[in-house]
Design a protein. Structure first.
Length: 380
């Protein structure tokens, strides 16, 4: 039940972690009682991260009835782009024209934040990050006119951007524009990713050109909060790869201040109206490492034991997560041969035999999305 806490003459609702996780499980449609078509899932409104390639299909399968079509390589319905934070995402093909202006930086500071280390380098050297993003995006329209390997595109783009936008890459032993700049500028420049994880770019058909300014980010923020709220404002900004200041004019009008077990957060007003009514989750799922559930930035809420953070979110090579009744109870990794898929699970706690059988059933779905005939599950 939602409690009310008085703080400095203001009445702020206080909600529990259990209530938040129950609401999120329902919002993420993890009980498979919602849509039967992948394109109708709520998570698709935000885009589904596809890291590694093919994992977006696993996220969709975790929310759809068994046997539903999760083929995200169908170019008639889906498109892969470098989306939020420059990460590969799968989107409905028809959503891209609205996505580009929503992710367009509002100013140079916003652009620098989205460029991460590259933005810091630009700041130190007096380079306007927004100008560089705009120039690079415009160059994409000239360069990517057909399918093109990423390396070739990088070389051609580097020839068209100012010298200040180019830096030395120790890995390549060459001067070129940074990987993050290439990612942030690709979508507004009308470039998409060819499905399959081959790092090949292609033009988006009938692209309208660069955005004039930012518009529509409020709708994406609303979707994030509908899926992952209540949550701190700073975590929302982190998800979008920028700062709270950059989001100042994009927050929805109907936000409410709340606390989650005493920690400050925000929520959509409509979320508070239904929060206490969300049923306790009762399902077992294998979530890939880029699943929207794991991308919520308040990791201490989704996984309270920080020792498990090191397993789930290492510096390199994140595993997937075993989700039982809204709690992450383990991590999983795969090893594949031509026909067989092996899944190794590191359990964080004791998992009953009945739930292990449910994990076996979910493993079959993972194997199906990867075109494997058989799967074995090993617990450690």
């Amino acid at each position: 039940m939602v409690a009310v806490v008085s703080r400095a003459k203001a009445v702020v609702p206080d909600v529990s972690r259990d209530e938040v996780l129950a609401h999120r499980a329902a919002a993420h449609q993890l009980d498979r009682s919602g849509p039967t078509e992948a394109g109708d899932l709520a998570i698709v409104d935000l885009g589904v991260q596809d890291t590694p390639a093919g994992s977006a299909a696993q996220s969709l399968a975790a929310r759809l009835p068994t046997g539903a079509d999760v083929d995200t390589t169908d170019g008639r319905r889906w498109s892969s782009v470098w989306g939020v934070r420059g990460a590969p995402h799968v989107h409905r093909r028809g959503d891209l024209r609205a996505l580009a202006p929503a992710l367009w930086p509002v100013d140079a500071d916003d652009a620098a934040a989205r460029l991460a280390a590259t933005g810091t380098y630009f700041r130190k050297n007096g380079v306007d990050s927004l100008d560089v993003v705009r120039i690079t995006a415009a160059a994409y329209e000239e360069v990517v006119t057909d399918e093109m390997p990423k390396g070739e595109a990088s070389t051609a783009l580097t020839e068209r951007v100012p010298d200040q936008a180019v830096s030395w890459c120790r890995g390549c032993q060459a001067h070129h524009l940074s990987d993050q700049l290439m990612r942030v500028a690709a979508l507004p420049g009308g470039a998409r990713l060819v499905p399959g994880g081959s790092a090949t770019l292609a033009p988006i058909p009938r692209w309208p050109g660069l955005p004039d300014d930012r518009s529509g980010l409020d709708a994406l923020i609303r979707t994030y909060l509908a899926l992952n709220g209540p949550t701190p404002k700073g975590d929302v900004a982190t998800y979008f790869g920028t700062t709270q200041k950059a989001l100042a004019d994009a927050w929805p009008d109907d936000l409410e201040d709340v606390t989650v077990d005493g920690r400050k957060a925000i929520a959509l007003a409509e979320t508070l109206d239904v929060l206490a009514d969300a049923p306790a989750p009762r399902h077992t799922r294998l979530l890939p490492r880029g699943d929207p559930w794991l991308l919520a930035r308040d990791r201490a809420l989704t996984v309270p034991d920080t020792t498990h953070h090191k397993v789930l979110w290492p510096m390199l090579g994140h595993p997937g997560a075993v989700l039982v009744d809204g709690e992450v109870v383990g991590a999983w990794r795969t090893k594949a041969t031509a026909k067989r898929l092996g899944i190794t699970i590191t359990a964080f706690t004791t998992v009953p035999a009945a739930r292990r059988k449910e994990v076996d059933a979910e493993a079959q779905l993972i194997a199906a999305t990867r075109d494997r005939d058989d799967v074995t599950v090993t617990w450690t």
